[in-house]
Design a protein around this ligand. Structure first.
Ligand code: WAQ
Ligand code: MG
Length: 258
């Protein structure tokens, strides 16, 4: 199997990135190039495609369950995200710092290419604060993707399949790395307002985490007790393939237990 990866830039700024794990490298590379040149953030002037045979064994895992939350605006979405993170034991000041970073652009006012790693003291551990850490070498099998697609269709979210499947695979990998407590994410694509809070228990999809038209987004991996080098190595290098879909459900009314 090969890792096929794409990243695209314009004027030195990151536009998009995506990847596959496959033996079928030609169609994979072609579809990644198509993605790169049709991104809403602009037409890239630099596209990097890399192909690499995977030498280490590929870990097969079941995706996190997809849990659908219903909120009607950004304020409700952020309140829910905060609550979910606090429930994971992350201190309030860390949660607030993370939200502020994503809101204001964690790379000196712009979105990072990768993620912030934050410990429970609120320290940023990623060595490069512009780039961040990129989870990499992950994909989903055709069977699992078909099952996920069916569930998403039934939930009326079919038009978002591409976003949801990619984010679910990424969040599944992030949650699988030892030391991850939770992840907070929302998109940097101006038109896409959804994001999620994920942990080993599931991926809670929140439809509104930023207002439409806003080009800032990002990811924060909340961690505890990690060895930084091995954490980063596993996040970037260990290949994982999601071979089963972990199911879909609705989030129960969150105000009931507060
Ligand atoms: N590893 C770490 N961080 C990443 C990666 C990666 N492989 N890819 C992107 N990021 C960071 C980076 O800071 C981006 O600016 C930010 O995440 C957002 O990336 O409906 O579209 O690819 O359930 O814009 C989530 C909701 C959508 C999906 C996420 O992310 C749903 C999304 P994007
Ligand atoms: Mg994006």
């Amino acid at each position: 199997m090969y890792s096929v990866r794409m990243r695209a830039e314009k004027d030195g700024k990151h536009i998009s990135g995506a990847e596959r794990i496959t033996d079928d490298i030609m169609p994979a590379a072609q579809s990644l190039i198509e993605r790169a040149i049709s991104h809403e953030k602009g037409k890239p002037d630099f596209i990097n495609i890399s192909l690499e045979e995977l030498k280490s064994p590929i870990k097969k895992i079941t995706s996190l369950p997809l849990i659908l939350a219903h909120v009607s605006n950004v304020s409700e979405g952020r309140t829910l995200a905060k609550k979910l993170l606090l429930d994971k034991g992350i201190p309030l000041f860390c949660v607030e710092k993370a939200i502020n970073l994503l809101e204001n652009g964690a790379a000196e006012g712009e979105s990072m290419r990768g993620a912030v790693i934050m410990d429970i003291h609120g320290e940023r551990l990623e060595p490069d604060k512009q780039r961040g850490i990129r989870a990499s070498r992950m994909d989903i099998t055709e069977d699992a993707a078909a099952e996920l697609a069916r569930s998403i269709e039934e939930a009326g979210l079919g038009q978002y399949y591409g976003y949801i499947s990619e984010a679910l695979v990424l969040a599944t990998k992030v949650a699988s790395v030892k030391g991850t407590i939770a992840e907070l994410c929302w998109s940097d694509d101006p038109s896409y307002t959804a994001g999620y809070v994920a942990s080993g228990k599931g991926y809670v999809r929140i439809p509104h985490l930023k207002p439409p038209g806003n080009p800032l987004g990002g990811r924060v991996f909340f961690v505890n007790g990690i060895d930084l080098d091995s954490y980063i190595h596993e996040m970037e290098k260990t290949p994982i393939l999601v071979n089963r879909f972990g199911g879909i459900k609705e989030l129960k009314n969150e105000t009931a237990d507060t």
